[in-house]
Every structure is written in structure tokens, then in C-alpha cells.
Design a protein around this ligand. Sequence first.
Ligand SMILES: Nc1nc2c(ncn2[C@@H]2O[C@H](COP(=O)(O)OP(=O)(O)OP(=O)(O)O)[C@@H](O)[C@H]2O)c(=O)[nH]1
Ligand SMILES: C[S@@+](CC[C@H](N)C(=O)[O-])C[C@H]1O[C@@H](n2cnc3c(N)ncnc32)[C@H](O)[C@@H]1O
Ligand code: SF4
Ligand code: SF4
Length: 311
Amino acid sequence: MKAIKDPFNRPIISLRITITNRCDENCIYCHHDGMVNSKDEMTPEEIYKICEISKDLGIQRVRLSGGEPLIRKDIVEIIEKISKLNFRDISITTNGTMLEKYAEKLKDAGLDRVNVSLDTLNPETYKFITKRDYLDRVKRGIVKAVEVGLNPVKINMVLMKGINENEVKDMFYFTKEYGIVLQVIELMESENCDDSKFNAEYHYDLTSLEEELTKIADDIKTREFMQNRKKYFIDGGEIELVKPIENTNFCKNCTRLRITPDGKVKPCLLRNDNLVELLSYMREGADDEILKKQYIKGINNREPYTHEKED
Ligand SMILES: Nc1nc2c(ncn2[C@@H]2O[C@H](COP(=O)(O)OP(=O)(O)OP(=O)(O)O)[C@@H](O)[C@H]2O)c(=O)[nH]1
Ligand SMILES: C[S@@+](CC[C@H](N)C(=O)[O-])C[C@H]1O[C@@H](n2cnc3c(N)ncnc32)[C@H](O)[C@@H]1O
Ligand code: SF4
Ligand code: SF4
């Protein structure tokens, strides 16, 4: 089936499901994937059902996120179920603290790839950011993910002024050694840290890094259906920039829909005022036709968060 388009002509290709709000770390900047306060979680069967509807409506890629997705004891079962639907790509974004234990089981269950959050290789800075002392565990988890053949493994590095802005080179050498892709991410405001003081203190504009990478890259590619992100190929390694702030091209090319932990369709990461109920309908026994209507309502609520300025 061809992908459905939203009112701004953006095809909906990928689904991101926040399967829990729980987490074993407490990062200073965390947006919890768009923070919807809920202790409710969907069962593996409910997650499967949502994926089945998504597949029917043209979704090709599924990512599980959180909170920390690996905190769920049934994470392997969830992947096993979803993989029966033959999506083009199933991935997880994780903080990596439990990855060493789960990488192989997840790969065997049908997981294609993994993004691991790691902002620093310095133990003290890691403790400052996450409020935990898990750096070595995370590094072992990353190496294990590479070993078992999750491919590509990516590292998500949120850059912050005065904290890790000077560590991109070190992280790049680490990732290059293991054939990992480095994603450098611009800090976004979030409900956890949405006071302008936090942002003014830590926000680091990626423009200068972008300019430097443009100068030194052997090759540059654009991910057209992935928010027009730029990928820089340098000396056998790869860096991708995630630069959403004030970037109309980013939102213009956004092709993803989200599901909250309590099973609502969430049209945009940065908004919670346009959610659409899905799970409550499912629990009341609604048939596929009604569920698909709700899903499409969510797609129709979508609009780019950052618009082009009008003259
Ligand atoms: N503003 C905005 N930021 C996003 C969006 N999706 C991801 N991000 C940011 O990009 C970072 C990396 O996201 P991931 O969830 O690991 O996945 P991804 O990089 O989007 O996807 P892949 O490149 O396919 O692996 C996260 O820090 C998010 O904060 C989005 O739709 N909007
Ligand atoms: C919310 S976490 C959930 C998955 C998992 N717990 C993890 O840390 O990877 C998903 C991604 O969002 C990123 N993130 C969280 N808050 C952010 C913010 N304010 N700005 C930019 N990225 C952020 C994290 O670094 C992580 O890569
Ligand atoms: S590990 Fe992920 S979900 Fe947990 S606090 Fe850090 S960024 Fe947020
Ligand atoms: S519209 Fe923009 S801010 Fe919202 S999810 Fe898409 S890329 Fe992110």
C-alpha cells in the first residue's frame, strides 16, 4: 500500500512507539520523546495490533523508544511479535544500560538496528548528564550490538554548551573504530527543562559544526525522507546532524507519526494538544475500520512544527 499523506503533503512512512515512560537514568535534558504523563502501558498484543493497522496504512518502519524501552521485561516478546509483520525496518532507541544483556536476544527476535544514546566518553561528564554511573555498561552494550550484527548501530550524542561541545572528535574516533554512525543532535527545549535558563545555559547551535563538517567531508548526502538531514562521510566514518531548531526544512520533510505509552496517536514530537485516542477504542472492542479512522484522524492533525515564515 502507498503511504498516506498528511495535509502538508508529507507521506507517513515511519512510526515511533513510546512503549514506556519508565527509565533507569535521569538525563538533565530529557524530553521523554514528547512527554505524555502516563503510567499506563500497552501490552505486546496491543502494540502488535497498532503495528498491524500501521502496516495496512502504508507504514514501512517502526521504532520503539521511551523512557527506556529495554526496561520492559517483555521487550523481546514485543520485537518477536512486530517482526511477524515484515516491516522494512524495526529499530530501538535505547540508553544502552541493558544492551549487553539483550542485544543478541533482540537480534534473534527480529530487531534490525539500534540507536544508543551516549553524549560523552568521560565518566564524570556521563554522571553529570545521566545522574548514573553506567558508562562502562553502555560501552559494553554498544560493542555487543555491533558484534551480534545489529546494523547500523548509531550513537545519539546531544551536544551541550560547556558540557560536551568539544567532544565530537573523540566520539567520532570511537564510532569510526567500530563502524558506528555518529548522530550529533541539537538540544531541544523540553517539558523537563523548558525554562529559558536551561536552554540559554546549555543550548549549542550546530551551525559552526555544520560548516566545519562541510569543509572536511569527503562526501555529503541528504536524507530526503528523514527531515532532509545531512550525512557527512569523513575518512571512512560517518556523522549525521540532527538540527531541528528553526529549521523549516527539517519539519517540511518529517514523515513520522508517534504513539504515546498510553496508546494515543501523537502527530508531532513537540506538541501534546492534538493527540488522538486509539488504545481506549481498542480496549472497548472497536473494529479495524474504526481504529483506522482514529489513526487517520491523527495523520490529518499533523502540521510542521516550524513553518516557513510568511512575507
Ligand atoms: N524535532 C524532532 N526531533 C527528532 C525527531 N525524531 C528524532 N528527533 C531527535 O533525533 C534524535 C535521534 O532520534 P532517534 O529516535 O534515535 O532516531 P532517528 O535518528 O530519528 O532515526 P534514524 O536516523 O532512522 O535512526 C533524538 O534525539 C530526537 O530528539 C522529530 O521527529 N522531531
Ligand atoms: C527520550 S530518549 C528515549 C530512549 C532512550 N531512553 C534513550 O535515551 O536513548 C530518545 C532520544 O532523545 C534524545 N533527547 C532527549 N531529550 C532531548 C532534548 N531535550 N533534546 C535533544 N534530544 C533529546 C536522547 O538523547 C535520546 O537519544
Ligand atoms: S535515558 Fe533516555 S529516556 Fe531516560 S532520561 Fe535519558 S534521554 Fe530520557
Ligand atoms: S513536525 Fe518537526 S518537530 Fe514535529 S515531529 Fe516532525 S520534525 Fe519533529
